[in-house]
Write a protein that binds this ligand. Structure first.
Ligand code: NAP
Length: 245
C-alpha cells in the first residue's frame, strides 16, 4: 500500500480524471479528500469509493476560485485525517469563443478556476502540509500547442506551468515537491463535449486518446517516494500526440 496513512486532496474530483485519481489512491491506502463545486457529484463519487471498500473518504464542497473555501478544505482535511501529504490541482473548465467575442468575465472565470484555484491550494498547502509533501498541477497540452476558440484556457494552462516552476523553487526549501502533468486527449466528457472536437477543428486520432487512469497513474508516480528527486517537472502524458508531424 504505497500511500497508506497519507492524505490526498483532489480538486475537481466528482468525475473524469479526478475520480479516477481518487480510486487509484484509495486502492493504495490513502485518506481521500474529494473537493469539487458540484455537491451532488461529490456525493456520488463518495458512494462509488465506498462501494469499492474505501472508508477513509471526506468530501468538501469547494469552489477553488474562492480563497476562503480552499482554506477551509485544507483545514478540514487536516482536522479529519491529521495530516496533509498530497494536493492534486485538477479542477478546470474551458469556454469556447472567438477572441473578439470573449468578455472580461470569461477570462476571470477561466483564470480564477484553472490558475487561481491552484495558487490558493499551493498557498495553504505551503502553510499546512507535512514535509515530504507533493503538489501536482493538472495543466494540458494546450499550454504548448492549441486550437482556435480557447485562448483563456490555453493561457491559464500555460500560466499554471509557470506557477509550477515558481512553486517548485519555493517548495523545495519546505520539503514539498511541485510538478505538473500535461494530459493530451483523455476520454472524459470534457473531451467529447468540446465543440472544437465535435466540429473537427481539433482533430482527435483515436489511437491518441488516453483513459483517466493513465493520468491517475502518472499522478501516483509523481506523488510517490520513487519521484523524490522529481521537482518542477512538466510531464506530458498524451500518448505521443504532440510528437507527431
Ligand atoms: P471534468 O470531469 O469536467 O473535471 C473537471 C472538474 O472540475 C469537474 O468535476 C468540475 O465540476 C470541476 N470544477 C469546475 N469548476 C470548479 C470550481 N470552481 N471549483 C471546484 N471544482 C470545479 O474534466 P476532466 O477531463 O476530468 O478534466 C480534469 C482536468 O484535466 C482539468 O483541469 C482539465 O483541464 C484537464 N485536462 C483534461 C483533458 C481531457 O482531454 N479530458 C486534457 C487536458 C487537460 P462540474 O462537474 O460542476 O463541472
Amino acid at each position: 500500500m504505497k500511500f497508506q496513512g497519507k492524505t490526498i486532496i483532489i480538486t475537481g474530483a466528482s468525475g473524469g480524471i479526478g475520480l479516477a485519481t481518487a480510486k487509484k489512491f484509495a486502492s493504495e491506502g490513502a485518506n481521500i479528500v474529494l473537493a469539487d463545486i458540484n455537491l451532488e457529484g461529490l456525493n456520488k463519487a463518495r458512494d462509488q469509493l465506498k462501494e469499492t471498500g474505501s472508508e477513509k473518504v471526506w468530501i468538501s464542497r469547494c469552489d477553488v476560485s474562492q480563497e476562503k473555501e480552499v482554506e477551509s478544505t485544507i483545514t478540514g482535511a487536516i482536522d479529519n485525517f491529521g495530516r496533509l501529504d498530497i494536493v492534486v490541482n485538477n479542477a478546470g473548465l474551458m469556454i469556447f469563443k472567438k477572441i473578439e467575442e470573449q468578455t472580461e468575465n470569461d477570462w476571470y472565470r477561466v483564470l480564477s478556476v484553472d490558475l487561481l484555484g491552484a495558487f490558493f491550494f499551493t498557498k495553504y498547502a505551503f502553510l499546512r502540509m507535512s514535509k515530504g509533501g507533493s503538489i501536482i498541477n493538472i495543466s494540458s497540452i494546450h499550454a504548448i500547442e492549441t486550437t482556435p476558440m480557447v485562448a483563456c484556457y490555453a493561457a491559464a494552462k500555460a500560466a499554471l506551468l509557470s506557477l509550477t516552476r515558481s512553486a517548485s523553487m519555493e517548495g523545495k526549501a519546505k520539503g514539498i515537491r511541485v510538478n505538473a502533468i500535461l494530459p493530451g486527449a483523455i476520454d472524459t466528457p470534457m473531451l467529447w463535449d468540446n465543440p472544437n472536437v465535435k466540429a473537427g477543428i481539433e482533430k482527435i486520432d483515436i489511437d491518441s486518446v488516453g483513459k483517466p487512469g493513465d493520468i491517475a497513474g502518472a499522478i501516483s508516480f509523481l506523488a510517490s517516494d520513487e519521484a523524490e528527486f522529481v521537482q518542477g517537472a512538466m510531464l506530458r502524458v498524451d500518448g505521443g500526440r504532440l510528437s507527431k508531424l
